[in-house]
Design a binder for this molecule. Structure first.
Ligand code: PEP
Ligand code: MG
Length: 539
């Protein structure tokens, strides 16, 4: 048995034969031509055919993976309509008196190098797209057949990497899973794998070679592992893991598409909590209505230096696009206390939970805060992003946040950078102070989200990190429930909505009480979406 570990893109277990993705290698030759206008016509007719193909692909992708993910094929069509791109090809044909293939390949190389060298991560990502569309034209020009997978049986598709168009063109019924040598978890292919709910592992490196074509294998998408020619024990273990996963999926199937509504007709939004982009697949898999808490500090925790505006923008945009119009509430940086990041150089504190953390860091280091806000506002043009601020204790803090936001939006306006002008702004209710002034706070914001993990710690004076206090920690303490009720009443009195994103939101023994308080949203870990939906529907 050979075990190769890469990066998980989407969970699940698939067992089957490996089928290596075949590409017709096109060797582009430089040929001298007399009839340059004839070559230009050949190029133009191949371009028209490519646009037709892309239109069909767009429609197929719309059906398979939704509008947000299909958009890539619109971008490809736009690239083929780009005047610079067309002019470059036609100029090369005419001035160098060469064949269309050579002009297309040269232009593809030049443009993709230009994109790859840009600072902007989004534009860098376009380097692969320009190659992809140009390959399409070259295939049409050469009259070669389609690339793809030569298998009648469903198989694990292995490849060096897969372009988005290659991924979408695959017959979904024939794909058990994806395994690639390269690729990034930000790539469109990774997004598509998540959206298609297909176990996928990337970055397996060159150990994954074509010699494994046709061999038996298992993908464990949960751990990012591929087992080639697995032994009996591994096969048994993975069959059991797959069975458990399928059981969960069966539950999902029954409840999927159903409303979160009680027998008496009360509706609640059930959203999901996530820590990184890879979790979005789980949210979609479990039919989450939105994201109620994206803990953005994980972008900082996973990095060895401050994540740049561009890096953050790409991450937020991707989550927003993947959620295709559903609400995505991104919480601004919440570090300090148990979440320490070396490069922030935070001093040791006597009482870190009561210390320099979350919004306190952002308000005293506005440059860090503004970088994140700029990324969030820019990403808001690509989906329904809402922003939420942690650890609030006063109205003044909210006012100060709004001043900083005004500076950011002024800068964006001046640079004519688009953003959603009606972005919802909310705060976490996770300190007793915020509860006590919640009526005033509700006047300032669009929504509340109760962070019961911290609210419990601060209300009961019980350090959430201290295992010795477990027996004292009554998460159903009447003081906590009274606080949630008070915040809910005050939110509603000001016409604002309230959710719960702490762990208590997933406690199905309390769902009835939360609904009685009129809580509008419960944000829970992806795996808890369906159990909570089940409970709501029973009430
Ligand atoms: C909370 O405090 O309840 C919360 C949701 O935030 P975190 O657990 O990240 O502090
Ligand atoms: Mg908290």
């Amino acid at each position: 048995m050979i075990t190769i570990t890469g990066k998980s893109v989407f969970g699940g277990v698939s067992i089957g034969k490996i089928s290596f993705y075949k590409r017709d290698k096109k060797v582009v030759k430089r040929l001298h031509v007399e009839d340059t206008e004839g070559e230009v016509t050949r190029f133009q007719s191949a371009r028209a055919t490519a646009i037709e193909q892309l239109k069909k692909l767009y429609e197929k992708a719309m059906d398979d993976v939704g509008e947000a993910n299909a958009a890539i094929f619109e971008i490809h069509q736009m690239m083929l309509d780009d005047l610079d791109y067309i002019e470059s090809i036609e100029n090369i044909i005419r001035t160098q008196e060469v064949n269309a293939e050579f002009a297309v390949a040269t232009t593809a190389d030049n443009f993709s190098e230009m994109f790859a060298s840009m600072d902007d991560a989004y534009m860098q990502g376009r380097a692969a797209d320009v190659k992809d569309v140009s390959e399409r034209i070259l295939t049409i020009l050469s009259g070669a057949g389609e690339s793809g997978v030569k298998t009648d049986e469903p198989a694990i598709i292995a490849a060096d990497d897969l372009a988005p168009s290659e991924t979408v063109q695959l017959d979904k019924d024939k794909v058990l899973g994806f395994a690639t040598m390269y690729g990034s978890s930000n790539s469109h292919t990774a997004i598509l794998a998540r959206t298609m709910n297909i176990p996928a592992v990337i970055g397996l490196g060159q150990e994954l070679s074509e010699k494994f074509d046709g061999r038996d294998a298992i993908i464990d998408g949960f751990t990012g592992t591929i087992y080639i020619e697995p032994d009996e024990a591994t096969l048994e273990l993975m069959r059991e893991k797959q069975r458990q996963d399928q059981e969960q999926r069966a539950l999902l199937e029954q409840l999927k598409g159903k409303e979160n509504v009680t027998k008496s007709g009360q509706k609640v939004n059930v959203y999901a909590n996530i820590g990184n982009i890879a979790d979005v697949g789980l949210v979609l898999k479990n039919d989450g209505g939105g994201i109620g808490l994206f803990r953005s500090e994980f972008l900082y925790l996973e990095s060895s230096t401050f994540p740049t505006e561009e890096e953050q923008f790409v991450a937020y945009k991707q989550v927003a696009e993947n959620m295709a119009g559903k609400r995505v509430i991104i919480r601004t940086l919440d570090i300090g206390a148990d979440k320490q990041v070396d490069y922030f150089n935070l001093a040791k504190e006597e009482n870190p939970a009561l210390g320099y953390r979350a919004i306190r860091i952002c308000l005293t280091q506005p440059e860090i805060f503004k970088t994140q806000l700029r990324a969030l506002y820019r990403a808001s043009a690509f989906g329904q992003i809402a922003i939420m601020f942690p650890m609030i204790i006063s109205v003044d803090e909210v006012k100060r946040i709004k001043e900083i936001i005004a500076e950011v939006t002024e800068e964006l306006d001046a640079a004519e950078i688009p953003y959603n002008k009606n972005i919802e702004l909310g705060i976490m209710i996770e300190t007793p102070a915020a509860v006590m002034v919640s009526r005033e706070l509700a006047k300032e914001v669009d929504f509340f989200s109760v962070g019961t993990n911290d609210l419990t710690q601060y209300t009961l004076a019980i350090d959430r990190q201290n295992p010795k206090l477990e027996s004292f920690c009554d998460t159903h303490h009447p003081a906590i429930l009274a606080m949630i009720k008070m915040a809910a009443d005050n939110a509603h009195a000001e016409g604002k909505w309230i959710g719960i994103c702490g762990e208590l939101g997933a406690d199905t023994t309390l769902t009835e009480q939360f609904l009685a308080m009129g809580v509008d949203e419960l944000s829970v870990s992806p795996a808890m979406i369906l159990p909570v939906r089940k409970r709501i529907r029973e009430l």
